[in-house]
Design a binder for this molecule. Structure first.
Ligand code: ARG
Length: 566
């Protein structure tokens, strides 16, 4: 696709050899509205070089740039040069690019030869997979897809919380009160009950705490009984989690969770010791971080068991050695900011230069309309229930709006789940937000169903108008304002995907496709698409196709399906 910004630079650099391309690129602005041009270049920087007032420099340059193949107009306005893209060139290049790249529109080979790890979701086994896990799961999945689309070798890791002293508690509780069959019926709820009961009884009988510690040590020591129980707990939990991942259409390349690193901890301890970073404090070991304004990182408890932080350090070293990552990304709630700052620092102090390539991608909290989500007060909202409810409610809506739709159940699934994902990815990730059923499932406004519906509408127009992808089209028929607005948004799409990658913010894509859907619906409202005039019809159908394709690619990057009918 023609890069018009590069063309602006080409022009400027011909006249101004004292600035580099990068310097020029950094100065180029996007004017607030298109009647001021597509790009603006402020000439202030040049006044020293040319020893003239900026206004005069702009005037002078504008007069030199009269004939350009890529711009229909280059105007000076005060100290600015404003560049207006040649619209037929724009339409032509967009059409060519979308038709030739199809599903790969916006993709690139930028990341070739580089490996990016995206660690996300990472729930704790034997605990509910609840609403609070939705954000890491869908943000992580979108980032995974975006990096892949840009050519990176991408690895999705689910760093399951499958280790730690709480498993000593569970093993001990199971040995006292557990019933295998009951648990297999409803694993998470039953295991949770055991856990809660154990904690309650331990308040009266402190010896239970010792027993739990004992069992965790046994697990760490490889005791057969402890190991088998733990591994069964992991298996039944994962089975439940996988139901949710299947609904979301998510697959991981690795489920190496915390337990995976249990035999890789000693090395971390030894290394920290050798590098003189470890300090003893009342029988426990830690790395002092006072100098960096942080509390110490706890590495080993006084009873000898290792900790969450230690496992993260071991995991990062393992990942570097196994995958030689270019970036190692952690999509984890902002409550864990300090945890990540601490152990990133420890890895840096250990002398690993790749510490800087470990990136924590935090996000804000989700709450429900009637209050916060809290596990302790028993207001656990299972993610699976939310997804099921979304699918059921969507099915009801379809039954009202389009009762004869084929594949109703499948479409309800695609739309219901898509709606939930879309809502999650609609805002900047760091913002806290309130989950609203009404907003999520609405077919109007800035929602997933609205965008999917626009896609389906485009599809049905293409079918009704017998669109043929090979048809020659007269570009001059696509130059009015509504059409150009749409074309511009499509032109911008690859750049938006890049921004989403660079800032690790899928919401850029979400916003772009909502705007595109709105633009298309406006066009659809103002102009008929399937018209008598064959040339006009072909041109408008082609535009419809470009929109459909871009929405589909965008939804796909977010992990959302694009049904053809709904
Ligand atoms: N299991 C943890 C939790 O549910 C999240 C793990 C985050 N990842 C990590 N490498 N620490 O809070």
């Amino acid at each position: 696709m023609i890069n018009f910004k590069e063309k602006v630079i080409d022009l400027i650099i011909q006249e101004v050899d004292s600035l580099t391309r990068d310097e020029i690129a950094a100065s180029i602005e996007i004017p607030p509205s298109y009647d001021m041009g597509d790009y603006a270049f402020p000439v202030f920087k040049l006044s020293k070089i040319f020893r003239k007032a900026p206004n005069l420099i702009a005037e002078d340059l504008a007069s030199k740039f009269v004939n350009s193949d890529y711009f229909e107009k280059i105007e000076n306005k005060g100290p600015y040069l404003n560049f207006f893209i040649d619209k037929s060139k724009l339409v032509e290049t967009v059409i060519e690019e979308v038709l030739s790249k199809g599903d790969g529109f916006g993709s690139s080979k930028l990341g070739e030869g580089k490996t990016v790890i995206v660690e996300y979701s990472s729930p704790n086994i034997a605990k509910p997979f609840h609403m609070g896990h939705l954000r890491t799961t869908v943000i992580g999945n979108a980032l995974y897809k975006i990096y892949k689309f840009l050519g990176f070798n991408t690895i999705a890791i689910n760093h399951l919380g499958d280790y730690g002293t709480q498993f000593g508690m569970l093993i001990s509780a199971y040995k006292k009160w557990g019933d295998k069959e009951v648990i297999e019926e409803d694993p998470i709820n039953e295991l949770l009950k055991l856990y809660v009961r154990y904690n309650e009884e331990a308040e009266e009988k402190p010896e239970l705490k010792d027993e739990a510690r004992y069992w965790f040590k046994e697990l760490e020591n490889g005791n057969q009984e402890a190991y088998e129980l733990w591994s069964w707990i992991r298996e039944v939990s994962l089975k439940e989690f996988n139901r949710v991942y299947d609904m979301l259409n998510i697959k991981f390349d690795s489920y190496a969770g915390e337990s995976f690193y249990s035999d890789k901890m000693q090395r971390v301890l030894d290394e920290l010791n050798e590098k003189n970073l470890l300090e003893e404090s009342q029988g426990a070991y830690l790395v002092d971080l006072e100098e960096y304004g942080m509390p110490p990182a706890l590495i080993k408890k006084s009873d000898g068991s290792t900790l969450y932080t230690t496992r993260d350090i071991a995991a990062a070293i393992y990942r570097k050695e196994t995958y030689d990552f270019y970036k190692n990304i952690y999509v984890v709630a902002s409550q864990q900011n300090l945890h990540f700052q601490q152990w990133f620092k420890v890895v840096e102090l250990m002398g690993y230069e790749w510490a800087k390539d470990c990136i924590h991608i935090p996000f804000g909290m989700v709450s429900l309309e009637d209050g916060p989500l809290s596990t302790r007060r028993g207001r656990v909202v299972f993610l699976e229930d939310v997804l099921n409810k979304a699918v059921e409610s969507t099915l009801e809506i379809i039954n009202e709006r389009n009762p004869d739709l084929e594949n109703k159940k499948e479409v309800a699934k695609q739309v219901g789940i898509g709606a939930v994902i879309f809502q999650e990815l609609f805002n900047q990730r760091i913002k806290d937000y309130v989950f609203s059923w009404e907003r999520t499932l609405s077919f109007d406004g800035e929602t997933g169903p609205y965008v999917q519906y626009t896609h389906a509408r485009a599809n049905s127009l293409l079918e009704r108008g017998s669109f043929n992808i090979g048809d020659q089209v007269d570009i001059n028929l696509l130059l009015s304002e509504d059409e150009i607005d749409i074309i511009r948004m499509i032109y911008d799409f690859p750049g938006v995907v890049m921004d989403a990658m660079e800032k690790n913010e899928p919401f850029f894509i979400t916003r772009q496709i909502v705007e595109l859907a709105k633009g298309f619906n406006k066009f659809y409202h103002n102009a008929q698409i399937i018209v008598e005039d064959e040339e006009l019809r072909k041109a408008r159908l082609l535009l419809t196709y470009l929109v459909k394709n871009t929405i589909k690619v965008g939804l796909g990057l977010l992990g959302i399906e694009a049904p053809n009918k709904m």
